[in-house]
Design a protein around this ligand. Structure first.
Ligand SMILES: [Zn+2]
Length: 246
């Protein structure tokens, strides 16, 4: 799986109001390095989109991850908000396209998208009309609920739940976001906003050693649960002895 520490190089991300010169890009790398150690300790192979202060576009990161054949992409970010007081972690599953009916079927997520806070990498998807009712539309909806996007919903929920178990600042929920660079890719991808850097209590938590350890443990636990579930579900069915394989 791929861990993507958000930002890097000139792209600093959210500034830390309490620590001059420190910003999101440094903390996301520190959290990702911790999560990597935990995942590798659990036997999970981890590819990092960056291991230093490298300027790489999101598109480059996603393409490199795909070239490495990773089976999941988890991007780590820290939020900020112009109005001090916003708090909590949230996780976005990244859809290639968002249709009205798929949104309706995912009402529990849709209800949470309003008023959501996004950083520069993530934007709400534009709503698109569905094709007219019929076989084409059914096939399209089936596709929407299969494959990478479907997997991403599970991955997002598991990581968000694991973060909720470790962060005392509450969950903003799992939300759907558009991610154009994912077009044509088959891996599930999520963005974790692990907390608000400019909240008076959560900021010090997400930038502390203890907080980064806790958040990394949340990411690692969610990914491990997801991989265990998927690998369990993907076990090949055994043919009865003596029977032809199909
Ligand atoms: Zn960010």
């Amino acid at each position: 799986m791929a861990l993507d520490p958000g930002h890097g190089g000139k792209n600093h991300g959210a500034a830390d109001p309490r620590r001059k010169g420190w910003s999101e890009k440094r903390y996301t790398l520190l959290i990702a390095q911790r999560a990597r150690a935990l995942l590798e300790g659990a036997g999970v192979e981890v590819w990092m989109s960056r291991v230093e202060d490298a300027p790489r576009s999101l598109q480059e990161r996603v393409r490199a991850a795909a070239a490495h054949g990773v089976d999941a992409f988890v991007s780590i970010h820290i939020n900020d908000h112009p109005v001090v007081g916003a708090r909590g972690h949230g996780t976005f599953f990244l859809a290639r396209e968002v249709f009205e009916e798929s949104r309706a079927r995912l009402q529990e997520f849709d209800a949470q998208t309003r008023g959501a806070v996004f950083d520069a990498n993530v934007r709400l998807a534009p709503r698109q009309p569905l094709p007219p009712a019929g076989a084409a539309r059914d096939a399209l909806l089936d596709l929407l609920h299969q494959g990478a996007q479907h997997e991403a919903v599970h991955l997002a929920h598991m990581v968000n739940q694991a973060l909720s178990e470790r962060s005392p600042f509450g969950s903003r929920g799992v939300k759907q976001a558009d991610f154009g660079v994912l077009k044509g890719l088959a891996m599930p991808a999520i963005v974790c906003e692990v907390g608000f850097i400019n909240h008076p209590q959560e900021g010090p938590f997400v930038t502390s050693e203890r907080g980064m350890d806790a958040l990394a443990a949340g990411v690692a636990a969610g990914v491990t649960r997801y991989l265990a579930l998927r690998r369990g579900a993907a076990l090949p069915l055994e043919a009865p002895s003596g029977a032809p394989p199909f």
